[in-house]
Design a protein around this ligand. Structure first.
Ligand code: GDG
Length: 478
């Protein structure tokens, strides 16, 4: 396929497709439409943009290709890069450090070296594909050095960076042996976007204290005369798309079938998370089991469906977590379940979007209790699917989504008794109470959907005073 220079280049660790075997046995691609693709697709199309990323695996010689009208450029990754860069520095150092040290981050110089090398390769690829004065939007914690590396290669570009996970306070960040390099890496961007104002504030404060640049509110003044803006852009979902899916006949039928398969209990509790130690799955299941053991709930009336989507299975901490949760679920069901009535229905698997919507529709109480989460889209998707203004959301105060979804039952996930009380309140809430809360949350989600998120980031980026670059066209929306 052609790789003509593009006016808009998206740089993310992953491409929005997975490698699959086609019916004739040859390898092909299947879209993995996450929130990011939905958000970025319209602006990609309007600008005939190009997306650079890793397709997973260790295949080499992959050529750029077109998928569903998007120009995709695959980056290769060697086995040792997967181990040192991806599982190592990205998921063994940055991920736990940025999530409040929920797990202990490891600092290894060879992991850092691989991080630098992979970031450099991504920056070089973006530099080779971007038109003169183009806009490049770099995503997430795996690629924090790309903005600066890219600016060195191509000072004519307009560069945006968005961090999907929290940006930690100075007390934690300064443990990082390479703290200054990361801050300088991000400062290569014209606009650095965070989920919440707190993350943007942490970043600006660290830049002032650690790098010594002058700052004023959300602006950083660099010695070369450039300014960098750091601001919050809370990410969201395709609210209308989820609502439409939830209203479809197929999803309605499937939701009824799910309830029936669970024995039509009075209330279904639901958790859906990547199997990650930040998500608080263990404590939430314990809280639910104690409600049964204490006699507040009965397995005849209530069941907890927990979907744990396999994630980062090569990383030791994730394997340990899986074993711990397997053991806990086995113990709870062994102690508290009855024949045909487990307390917890546990699924270690991933599902198509339709099945997710059916689960959201079937569930009366959604329980989202991460210890720390950039945003948490699952909470927003549940709200979007409750088109009858019913259902309850129990939500951790430490998820970014709690800033907007104020009418949820907000809980401290470290406080098991508080989680028990909130789950019980949500269980017992009357229709009027549920409607009042859900209606308010749905209004918020409709107004702040993913299209609004992408538009506001792109327009702020276009407004940045960068005299070399040309503006990007807004997405064409109906
Ligand atoms: C990171 C940050 C931030 C999950 N299982 C299946 C499936 N999913 C979809 C959900 C949701 C997405 O994956 C998960 O997003 P979350 O926000 O809940 O969590 P992370 O994966 O940790 O995401 C987070 C996010 O980035 C965006 O900035 O909110 O804080 O940690 O959309 O629906 N989708 C399908 N099958 C599954 O089995 N189809």
């Amino acid at each position: 396929m052609r790789t003509v220079p593009a006016d808009l280049v998206i740089v993310a660790n992953r491409l929005p497709v997975d490698r699959v075997e086609q019916s004739d046995g040859t390898p092909g691609w299947r879209g993995s439409p996450g929130g990011l693709v939905t958000a970025i697709e319209p602006v990609m199309r309007a600008n005939d943009g190009t997306w650079i990323g890793w397709p997973g695996g260790t295949e080499t010689d992959l050529e750029p290709f077109e998928y569903d009208g998007m120009n995709l450029v695959p980056m290769t990754m060697s086995q040792s890069e997967i181990e040192l860069f991806y599982e190592g520095f990205a998921n063994g150092t940055i991920w736990p450090l940025y999530h409040d040290l929920v797990a202990k981050p490891e600092f290894h110089r060879e992991w850092w070296d691989a991080y630098v090398a992979v970031n450099q390769r991504f920056a070089e690829k973006a530099a080779s594909l971007a038109n003169k004065g183009a806009t490049v939007w770099v995503h997430d914690y795996q690629l924090q050095l790309v903005p600066q590396m890219l600016r060195e290669l191509r000072p004519d570009l307009r560069i945006g960076f968005y961090l999907h996970i929290p940006f930690p306070p100075a007390e934690l960040f300064q443990q990082l042996p390479w703290r200054r390099q990361i801050l300088e890496g991000l400062l290569g961007a014209d606009l650095v976007g965070f989920q919440l104002p707190g993350g943007a504030g942490n970043f600006v404060r660290l830049v002032r204290q650690r790098v010594g640049h002058k700052t004023h509110r959300d602006l950083v003044y660099l010695p070369d005369g450039r300014t960098v803006r750091a601001a919050a852009f809370p990410i969201s979902i395709d609210a209308a798309g989820f609502e439409e899916l939830a209203q479809s006949d197929a999803v309605a039928e499937r939701a009824t079938a799910i309830r029936e398969a669970l024995g039509n209990p009075r209330r279904i509790f639901l958790g859906i998370d990547r199997l990650d130690y930040t998500k608080g799955i263990y404590a939430r299941l314990r809280a639910f089991s104690e409600l049964i053991a204490d006699g507040h709930l009965d397995v005849e009336d209530a069941v907890f469906v927990q979907v744990a989507v396999p994630s980062r299975e090569q990383v030791e901490q994730y394997r340990i977590l899986r074993d711990e949760i397997d053991r806990l679920v086995g113990r709870i069901n062994g102690d508290l379940g009855r024949i045909g009535k487990p307390a917890i229905s546990y699924l270690h698997s991933s599902y198509p979007r339709e099945e997710m919507a059916a689960l959201y529709r079937a569930a009366d109480i959604m329980v989202v209790t991460p210890y720390r989460d950039g945003m948490n889209l699952v909470a927003k998707e549940y709200v979007a699917c409750r088109f009858e203004d019913d259902g309850a959301l129990v939500l951790s105060e430490f998820a970014g989504a709690a800033d907007e979804l104020r009418q949820a039952w907000l809980v401290n996930p470290y406080d098991i008794n508080a989680m028990k009380s909130s789950m019980l309140e949500a269980y017992a809430a009357d229709e009027k109470e549920l409607t009042k809360r859900m209606r308010a949350m749905r209004k918020t989600i409709r107004q702040h959907d993913v299209a609004a998120w992408a538009d506001s980031f792109m327009s702020e980026l276009a407004d940045v005073d960068n005299t070399h670059a040309k503006p990007v066209k807004p997405a064409k929306r109906s």
